[in-house]
Design a protein around this ligand. Sequence first.
Ligand SMILES: C[S@@+](CC[C@H](N)C(=O)[O-])C[C@H]1O[C@@H](n2cnc3c(N)ncnc32)[C@H](O)[C@@H]1O
Length: 224
Amino acid sequence: MVSDHPARVPGDVPPGSRVPARSAVRAWVYDRIIAGMTATWYRQVLERLPDGARLLDVGIGTGAALARCADVVRAKHLAVVGLDIDRDYLARCRDALGRAGLTGQVSPVLGSVYDHRGGPYDAVYFSASLMLLPDPVAAIAHVASLLAPGGRLFSTQTFHHRRSPLLERAKPLAQHVTTIHFGRVTYEHEFRKAFADAGVELEELVTMRSTRRSSYRLAVARAA
Ligand SMILES: C[S@@+](CC[C@H](N)C(=O)[O-])C[C@H]1O[C@@H](n2cnc3c(N)ncnc32)[C@H](O)[C@@H]1O
């Protein structure tokens, strides 16, 4: 389904034409800015999974966050497919998984969520990756079709409490400077609508941490 979607793997680049240092720096910046925080999100989701669960991690990135939870991945005997469209991040991800001793349990795959045909999965997880997609509704509907009976869809990300036109403009600028795609500013009603439009029931929307302006939340959903 949705194979003609715009969010594709960026075009192939001839070998030798990339600047390796730039790739490494992008992934390093990502790990410094994001991975510490999202590792705590991963841990909360992984701890909810049943033993032996088959997990699709949509947008695994550099794998740093998942690697920091290697103890849970091992203890629960999880089998993870880590999908991403970013070659630089996936190169670093393979190294991180090797160092964490997870190569037997986590398979990095270069590809877009819209084109992924794997499964069935017991769980699909979007960590900071759902609302940056060009069409979250199509992504939710597609991955829901990859779930085994009783499977669950998880998402963790930042929500903003009040409309912030300034932040809405600042996020693309921050992406330009850091090379990290921070996604759009997300409000609860838009997030809920994305699941409703996809025909997927949102069971929980738990606040993991909150500040005056924003909160980090964990969503759990199941196919209707
Ligand atoms: C903000 S990062 C989050 C990485 C990681 N999940 C974490 O929480 O640390 C979002 C990731 O989603 C990936 N991504 C963006 N569009 C995608 C798509 N269409 N299919 C799969 N991954 C995608 C990006 O390349 C990036 O690595």
